[in-house]
Design a protein around this ligand. Structure first.
Ligand SMILES: NC(=O)c1ccc[n+]([C@@H]2O[C@H](COP(=O)([O-])OP(=O)(O)OC[C@H]3O[C@@H](n4cnc5c(N)ncnc54)[C@H](OP(=O)(O)O)[C@@H]3O)[C@@H](O)[C@H]2O)c1
Length: 353
């Protein structure tokens, strides 16, 4: 049997993505072959393609952090799964494919009847949002929070989950994202036209309890200015600092990565040492998953339940066929995308039984 897989042939722009037809992979010892129904498209995929994300594999590689699909074949020694069972996983790379072989421990069961594109949005974006809210910032009902990049994949997840947690929310976005941000119950702030920190201080009357910042670099330190005493900036992206120079090259951006991480370290230290009890803390889904794999499974199960109960509704910006991975990444890079872009496989992707 043959299948389709997307390959990053070398670090670079969207043109380095190729559609490859090849023999289906066979599951090894302890592995399960998953027939992919939906694979998420995210900025970390784009940053990996450019060679600047900390989790970047060496080319050629298949991108794709997260997937939802069905169990297709069990490798030797696998138990507890059956053919046709719906599962989710976060392999970090490899999800842009029709079939993927993964260690059985990586798979989390998905309740039946969920939309595959909505379910896959939970794996990277909603777990990131959920863990930052409840494990990093430890928010309480009635508190206030500022969400940067509020119309994006993680941003919209933060708004939905923040509202469920009883927060009053402010969200930075460009003009195009404002209706989505207010539709999710937050006050939109146009970061291109307004000084977001000054605006939040004015609206909140003294600052917020938490800021969620995917921008990184000096933006992190500026975000600290929006906090009330005792508040926290949760930094979870280094896009700006990583892009400081030479975005694409033949080598992974180790130098940019080092600079971004070093600056982050200084901000964390500054938050502890300077008066005012305004902290900067880092969040990384992959680091926390490695340190606390049980939390990942627990939090994903909780989110899948919230989706099954209709209490959260991921925004899907586009559903594109797998072979259009290049267009999907181009759309994401152009900006202005509201919600998640998802690659769907098979003739009738959507609801998985
Ligand atoms: N640490 C972790 O574990 C983790 C996990 C997941 C994602 N991430 C990171 O989170 C970030 C967001 O990922 P995503 O998939 O949600 O991306 P996305 O869907 O593209 O969303 C990014 C959003 O940021 C907005 N934006 C860009 N510059 C901004 C600025 N200066 N101020 C405010 N908003 C701005 C964009 O809005 P416009 O296009 O309208 O400008 C866009 O809506 C990425 O850096 C990614 O690497 C980290």
């Amino acid at each position: 049997m043959r299948h389709t897989r997307i390959v990053v042939t070398r670090y670079g722009g969207p043109e380095v993505l190729r559609v490859l037809e090849e023999a289906c992979p066979e599951p090894g010892l302890g592995q399960v072959r998953v027939k992919v129904h939906a694979a998420g498209v995210s900025l970390p995929d784009v940053l990996a393609r450019q060679g600047i994300h900390p989790e970047t594999p060496v080319p050629p590689f298949t991108p794709g952090w997260d997937l939802v699909g069905e169990v297709d074949r069990l490798g030797p020694g696998v138990s507890g799964f059956e053919r046709g069972q719906v599962v989710a996983a976060m392999p970090i790379s490899g999800a842009y494919a029709e079939f993927v072989c993964l260690p059985q421990g990586e798979l989390v069961p998905v309740p039946p009847g969920l939309d595959a594109a909505e379910a896959v949005s939970l794996v990277l974006n909603y777990i990131t949002a959920y863990q930052m809210l409840h494990r990093s910032a430890k928010v309480q009902p009635g508190q206030r929070a500022l969400v940067h990049g509020a119309a994006g994949g993680v941003g919209t997840a933060l708004l939905q989950l923040g509202r469920l947690a009883g927060l009053e929310l402010y969200g930075t976005c460009s003009e195009r994202g404002a209706p989505a941000v207010s539709g999710l119950g937050a006050t939109p702030i146009d970061y291109r036209r307004q000084d977001a920190v000054a605006e939040v201080l004015r609206l909140s009357g003294g600052g917020v309890d938490a800021v969620f910042d995917p921008i990184g670099g000096s933006h992190l330190w500026a975000s600290r200015g929006a906090l009330r005493p005792g508040g926290k900036v949760v930094g979870y992206g280094l896009a700006t600092s990583l892009r400081g120079e030479g975005l694409t090259s033949s080598r992974p951006g180790r130098r940019q990565r080092f600079r971004g991480t070093a600056a982050f370290g200084l901000y964390i230290l500054g938050g502890w040492l300077l008066p005012g009890r305004r902290r900067v803390v880092p969040y990384s889904i992959q680091t926390l998953k490695r340190l606390k794999p049980d939390w990942f499974r627990e939090d994903l199960a909780a989110l899948l339940n919230l989706l099954a109960q209709g209490r959260i509704r991921p925004l899907i910006a586009h559903r594109l066929p797998l072979a259009e991975a290049r267009r999907a990444q181009e759309l994401l890079e152009q900006g202005g995308v509201v919600g998640k872009i998802v690659l769907v496989c098979g003739p009738s992707p959507g609801v998985v039984k």
